[in-house]
Ligand binder design. Structure first.
Ligand SMILES: [Zn+2]
Ligand SMILES: [Zn+2]
Length: 167
């Protein structure tokens, strides 16, 4: 995920936009997160004083298991981040922005993207907002239709009466 800033740095331009589909090459990152290789990168590089800052949005997809119906689906996540482009990583740096190292006008987004994916991936996700889930009795995925179970909801008070009668 290399981006060349040489031309931009030499030009009089103050802003450079990059909207591109990039490829994640980090195998570990791909496998642990079940990521799609390709993700959308929308970035704006700004010259600020002598530095370059980056305002970016990434949209990535990964294989997720729905928390409600347990079906696998592809979840898409969009995350925003800000970064500053530096010549040297400053260990004491405590600002919220991510630092991206530049070497000979080239920056590698790998670490920043890695970090953003780690921070933005949801703990739980639903295949769709109105996912019906699975039947607690028979386990059927109710998105595919009703099951044979009686979906009549018994009033808890009647339920108590029923058990009393059964005894
Ligand atoms: Zn679902
Ligand atoms: Zn059922």
């Amino acid at each position: 995920m290399l981006i060349n800033l040489k031309k931009f740095l030499l030009s009089d331009d103050l802003v450079m936009n990059i909207n591109d589909t990039l490829t994640i090459t980090d195998k570990e990152l791909l496998e642990t997160n079940k990521l799609n290789k390709e993700f959308l990168f929308e970035g704006k590089f700004y010259k600020v004083d002598k530095n370059v800052s980056l305002n970016a949005k990434i949209t990535y997809a990964y294989d997720e298991v729905c928390a409600r119906c347990l079906e696998e689906f592809e979840n898409k996540v969009t995350a925003n981040f800000n970064a500053i482009i530096v010549d040297e990583i400053n260990e004491d740096y405590e600002a919220e922005d991510i630092e991206i190292l530049m070497k000979d006008g080239l920056i590698d987004l790998n670490d920043a993207v890695n970090q953003i994916i780690y921070l933005s991936m949801p703990m739980k996700a639903l295949c769709k907002d109105d996912c019906k889930g699975i039947c607690s009795k028979c386990g059927k995925n109710l998105n595919t239709g009703k099951c044979e179970c009686n979906d009549f909801v018994i009033d808890p008070r009647l339920e108590k009466l029923k058990t009393l009668l059964e005894d």
